[in-house]
Design a protein around this ligand. Structure first.
Ligand SMILES: C[S@@+](CC[C@H](N)C(=O)[O-])C[C@H]1O[C@@H](n2cnc3c(N)ncnc32)[C@H](O)[C@@H]1O
Length: 200
């Protein structure tokens, strides 16, 4: 449960993000995220894609966890830090600025996570999941937002050029999680498509 004062601050940031077209997780994904936190109380969390700190704040308020979060946009990180401070959770969140592709190896070195939220570069979900396998505890959960990307991933229509790589890679990612012996997974159609993946 998040207390009413913190929830009010979160609501303001949620509305600000929606009004200003800043990407934060879909509302349907937030429902799944909160449920997973209620059921599992993760302790060591990795997030790829901080944006302005909305989802990391929800996670830090839902459980007594420590979060490593990666973001390439410096202006968004500044906003995230203001939000964490306002909520009094800044000491439990480690922010890393840069491209996740380059930063991931040093961020995760010698660490084991029990919860990973993949919400950054949409073309890299499969590569990131494969790379992160050794850094995820057995039974650990990976949550991924936007896996049906604008409804195009399961659509039959021709995908326009600018979305083609993401859609192709997302299809490969879904195929991978659904057929992998390393993970069990559930894909929800709600919102922009949500994948919940658990390490066997
Ligand atoms: C959907 S938003 C994240 C929303 C955030 N998880 C939330 O729900 O509050 C995706 C973020 O990932 C960042 N991003 C995209 N590609 C990235 C990359 N290669 N490395 C680091 N950050 C990246 C974008 O700048 C953007 O802020």
């Amino acid at each position: 449960m998040i207390d009413a004062t913190c929830q009010k601050i979160l609501d303001k940031v949620h509305d600000y993000a929606r009004e200003n077209y800043i990407m934060i997780l879909a509302d349907e994904c937030e429902v799944v995220l909160r449920r997973l936190f209620e059921e599992n109380s993760p302790k060591r969390v990795l997030e790829i894609g901080t944006a302005i700190g909305y989802s990391s704040s929800v996670m830090a308020l839902m459980s007594d966890c420590i979060i490593d979060t990666i973001e390439k946009d410096n202006e968004r990180i500044k906003k995230a830090k203001e939000l964490w401070k306002a909520l009094g959770i800044e000491e439990r969140i480690n922010s890393f600025e840069g491209d996740s592709k380059e930063l991931l190896p040093q961020v995760v070195k010698d660490k084991i996570y029990d919860f990973i939220f993949i919400d950054g570069a949409k073309s890299s979900y499969k590569n990131q999941l494969e790379f992160l396998y050794p850094y995820l505890e057995k039974g650990g959960i990976v949550l991924c937002d936007d896996v049906l990307y604008l409804g195009l991933v399961r659509g039959q229509e021709k995908v326009i050029h600018k979305h083609r790589t993401i859609v192709k890679n997302m299809r490969e990612f879904l195929d991978y999680i659904q057929n992998s012996k390393l993970f069990e997974s559930t894909v929800f159609e709600e919102g922009n498509g949500i994948a919940v993946v658990r390490k066997k």
